[in-house]
Design a protein around this ligand. Structure first.
Ligand SMILES: [Zn+2]
Ligand SMILES: [Zn+2]
Length: 208
């Protein structure tokens, strides 16, 4: 994040960065934080906040449902917390629809929290889906909170795609051998979402 001379009032637009485990989302968000101006606000991941804070976690359906409802509400409030920031873009580290990929049933996550898939998809202006690499190592950033195998990671990535691809602003970023190629593509897409009043404040070394 760096200086920006823009004094406009922005219509805040939410952009989701999502992807299966190992897709490099955390590192790309870090680049985004460095490359864009203060009017591009980057939110933390709701699941990361909860698990990092010790929210009880195991594979029992009761726990899985509690976790996903908690993530949903934390995500909603994270987004709400930026409403006074005059942000041009709020980058969400996953959005509320991602939780549907982890919902064990019965019923849907949407029923459980009193909303619909359409309403939740409609909260976001654009969706950048970073695909999980299919090789065993992927982008191994040694995330200590990660518990999935490669096969599970790919399956989750597929499910995330099936949830978000209905969104009219859905864009996929393929897994590239060179991680920086993938990162640059994601940054370019985000730059395209930034309004012209703030676009000149993008740090060029990150996007050329
Ligand atoms: Zn601006
Ligand atoms: Zn700005």
């Amino acid at each position: 994040m760096h200086a920006c001379s823009c004094t406009d009032t922005h219509d805040t637009r939410r952009v989701v960065l999502t992807g299966g485990p190992g897709a490099g989302k955390t590192a790309i968000l870090e680049f985004m934080r460095l490359a864009f101006c203060r009017h591009v606000v980057i939110l933390p991941e709701a699941a990361g906040l909860l698990f990092g804070g010790g929210f009880p976690r195991n594979q029992s359906p009761v726990r899985l449902r509690a976790v996903q409802r908690a993530i949903f509400h934390v995500q909603r409030e994270l987004e709400e917390s930026t409403s006074g920031d005059n942000a041009a873009i709020v980058v969400c580290d996953r959005g509320t629809p991602d939780g549907a990929a982890y919902w064990p049933g019965p019923g849907t996550l949407w029923d459980a929290v009193g909303t619909t898939a359409e309403e939740e998809l409609g909260r976001y202006g654009a969706v950048i889906h970073l695909r999980t690499p299919s090789d065993a190592n992927g982008y191994n950033f040694r995330n200590p909170l990660r518990t999935e195998t490669v096969e599970e990671a790919l399956e989750i990535d597929e499910t995330i795609g099936s949830i978000w691809s209905r969104h009219p602003g859905y864009v996929e970023v393929a897994a590239a051998e060179d991680f920086l190629v993938k990162a640059r593509e994601a940054l370019e897409i985000l730059r395209g979402e930034v309004p012209t009043c703030c676009r000149d404040s993008v740090s060029p070394s990150f996007v050329v």
